[in-house]
Write a protein that binds this ligand. Structure first.
Ligand SMILES: NC(=O)c1ccc[n+]([C@@H]2O[C@H](COP(=O)([O-])OP(=O)(O)OC[C@H]3O[C@@H](n4cnc5c(N)ncnc54)[C@H](O)[C@@H]3O)[C@@H](O)[C@H]2O)c1
Length: 450
């Protein structure tokens, strides 16, 4: 569909620090899109938040947050300005100066990029992208997506020329839900436009809601930087997980080495070292997924991504390793996995959040059930849980009575809202994957580090 030229957008961009704040359409109001929308509203922008999930839209209209890491108060404050308009109707984005795509980028079952959400989002907004508008992709993806998919599809659907009639940029999201030190406004934000003008426009846009916006020379640099950041984490977590397994094997062989003490010791070096912690495996929507976007695209250019593949394998083995450690602990007490009653404490993929996407705890629960165990969970952040479409019963309180039914307790996330004392006192066996229990805190027969 051919859009008519809209010089009003051009006027906004060229005026730079203009009295009129931009009208921004944010597509996808999840962990990324909602905090971003709030930041822009706080900066004075008018934001239309488009989401296909009407429950999210309804919650916002009622002033409720649906993210465990975000209180109702900032949502209510944004709604009270009258400048946040949550909607499920695509037509509401008409007339926006900027369109920011914050939709999911998962993997297919074959672990290849699943671009369906990006395609669907573009289908719904294209007709409203006027000449002079900026389209910015925030979803994590493989290098090349902004230019080859987003710009191309919009061009095909509108007849407008990317980089000339409308601007296109990539600005990766670095949101770290639950991080008390950095939020949307204070995390420095990269922007890379298809042309210098696209980058300038993206800079003007993001400066409304973000304190420090950092330009780079192209969308591909920004796309690759985001993936590199996540690969860096994934590889280092893989490395420290491998070290953990090695230390535990050394210890079993009589050369006792506590990996956590090793990490603390190494961290006394003031340069050239960065702390990473071992755990039950990778979780969340980013680290276990994004690197495969890179390896998928790299194959096309005969480029090798071996290190990330190996780190991915090591991390993916961790849930199974935890279960093996549990079986050893149960055997020591003349018990078997089959028929055992187990409690998994902390099912979110990391500490102090409610997100269970890709959480290693879910894989552990699946393995435990396959081994014939009966599994409950306790997590104050997670109200209900299903694994492989089968509900996992929740244990509301941790106390002497409730813990009496369990043969072992697996600690898979360290939440500040969990009181671990009853577990330390009453659990017959503790499988600690997060270094929650000090080595001397309980009888060694009752503690397995995993
Ligand atoms: N969650 C994080 O911490 C984080 C951090 C950095 C980057 N990212 C990346 O940001 C992107 C979004 O992640 P998220 O965690 O916010 O996902 P999310 O699932 O929390 O939110 C995505 C939202 O998009 C909506 N949506 C899907 N298709 C739509 C469409 N066609 N039109 C309108 N809305 C649509 C969904 O209903 C959902 O509310 C992903 O690419 C992710 O990899 C996420």
């Amino acid at each position: 569909m051919q859009s008519t030229a809209n010089t009003e957008h051009d006027a906004w961009w060229s005026a730079g620090e203009t009295p009129r704040k931009p009208k921004i359409a944010i597509i996808g109001l999840g962990y990324v899109g909602l905090p971003l929308a709030l930041s822009f509203v706080e900066g004075g922008a008018e934001v239309v938040g488009l989401d296909v999930d009407t429950r999210k839209v309804d919650a916002l209209l009622e002033g409720r947050s649906y993210l465990g890491t975000l209180d109702d108060a900032p949502v209510q404050a944004a709604m009270a300005t009258g400048r946040l308009r949550p909607t499920s109707s695509a037509a509401a984005v008409a007339g926006a100066d900027a369109f920011i795509l914050c939709v999911p980028t998962p993997l297919t079952r074959q672990r290849e990029p699943d671009m369906r959400f990006i395609h669907a989002a573009i289908r719904s907004i294209s007709r409203y992208v006027g000449a002079g508008a900026l389209v910015c992709l925030e979803s994590t993806t493989y290098p090349g997506t902004t230019r080859e998919v987003v710009a191309e599809l919009i061009a095909q659907r509108t007849g407008l020329r990317p980089g000339a009639d409308f601007c296109v940029a990539f600005s990766p999201e670095r949101e770290d839900p639950g991080n008390a030190h950095f939020g949307t406004r204070t995390i420095p934000k990269l922007v890379g436009g298809m042309t210098a003008r696209c980058t300038r426009r993206a800079l003007s846009l993001y400066r409304v809601g973000i304190d420090n916006v950092v330009p780079v020379s192209s969308p591909e640099i920004a796309e690759m930087a985001k993936i590199f950041e996540n690969v860096f984490r994934m590889v280092n977590i893989g490395l420290v997980n491998e070290l953990k397994v090695a230390c535990q094997r050394f210890s079993e062989g009589g050369v006792d080495i506590d990996v956590h003490e090793v990490i603390d010791a190494a961290a006394t070096k003031p340069f050239g070292y960065m702390r990473f912690f071992p755990g039950p495996g990778l979780g969340g929507h980013c680290i276990p997924i994004d690197p495969y976007y890179l390896s998928w695209r790299a194959r096309e250019f005969d480029a090798k991504t071996r290190l990330l593949e190996i780190a991915g394998e090591i991390n993916a083995e961790m849930p199974r390793y935890v279960v093996e450690r549990l079986i050893r602990g149960l055997s020591r007490q003349q018990k078997a996995l089959y028929g055992s009653h187990l409690l998994v404490v902390g099912v979110a993929y990391k500490d102090d959040i409610d997100d269970v996407r890709e959480s290693p705890a879910l894989k552990i629960i699946r393995l435990l059930r396959e081994g014939g165990a009966e599994v409950h969970y306790h997590d104050p952040h997670v109200e209900a849980l299903s694994v492989a479409d089968q509900a996992v019963p929740a244990l509301a309180d941790l106390n002497a009575d409730s813990l009496a039914d369990f043969d072992a307790v697996l600690l898979t996330a360290r939440h500040r809202r969990v009181d671990y004392e009853p577990v330390l006192e009453h659990a017959p066996l503790i499988i600690d994957t997060r270094n929650i229990v000090g080595r001397d805190a309980v009888d060694p027969e009752r503690l397995v580090k995993a």
